[in-house]
Design a protein. Structure first.
Length: 228
């Protein structure tokens, strides 16, 4: 339990970022015609940040399961690249938590926090710390969605400027996490990934451009490590 409590404590920066983003998602989902219950169910099952906004937009535009599901899966394919680094940090010992649950709670922000902090966690506490970190992120995301879906419209009517600021929370939050990783982030893969994504966004949809840009950064990272 000590490791879980420590992970929950370390999840507080993620919680602070997730609450307004999930609040914005709850508002967007209801405005798109979804019920508060369905919006909450999506956050509880999908738990995929930006992909949920895409999902709601596609549903609102009349998209079907055959078009929405592949798009969301493609956007989240980048998470496949996160598994190996996290597994290496967790070690090869016996797992007390199902790998499926460990994978479910993985997000960009959780991954960034793991890379920057897990090496400082005792080996025996790492799995439980990781569970606590994911739990804090997950609960805050679901809670933010509930608030946005139930009272979000009324809040935005009273404070209209808040709606403009919510759209910038997600990119600003992730950029802050990227900076907090400092020397653990390789410069060249980051630059390659950013430039590739920016270039691809000029000619193809974001759902395809982002995974391809991430893949380009990953390839650059493998290449740079190979040369050392």
């Amino acid at each position: 339990m000590k490791g879980v409590k420590s992970g929950l404590w370390d999840s507080l920066p993620i919680v602070a970022g997730y609450l307004p983003i999930a609040f914005a998602f709850g508002v967007a989902a209801v405005q798109a015609g979804l019920t508060p219950g369905l919006a909450t169910l999506i956050s509880g099952i999908v738990f995929a940040g930006g992909s949920q906004f895409v999902l709601v937009s596609l549903l609102a535009a009349g998209g079907t399961v055959l078009t929405v599901a592949p798009t969301v899966l493609l956007m989240n394919a980048r998470h496949l690249l996160y598994g190996r680094p996290i597994a290496d940090l967790l070690g090869t010992g016996k797992r007390s938590v199902s790998p499926v649950l460990l994978a479910f709670g993985m997000t960009d922000e959780v991954f960034a926090t793991v890379v920057s902090r897990m090496e400082g966690i005792a080996a025996d506490d790492r799995e439980h710390w990781y569970v606590g970190l994911q739990l804090g992120a997950y609960l805050s995301w679901v809670a933010g969605t509930i608030l946005g879906a139930t009272i979000g419209a009324e809040v935005l009517v009273r404070f209209p400027a808040l709606g403009d600021g919510l759209s910038f929370v997600l990119p600003a939050f992730f950029f802050a996490l990227l900076l907090s990783m400092k020397g653990r982030v390789l410069c060249s893969p980051t630059i390659v990934g950013a430039l590739a994504t920016a270039g691809l966004l000029l000619c193809i949809p974001a759902a395809v451009a982002i995974p391809l840009g991430i893949a380009a950064g990953a390839i650059a990272g493998c290449w740079s490590r190979r040369g050392k």
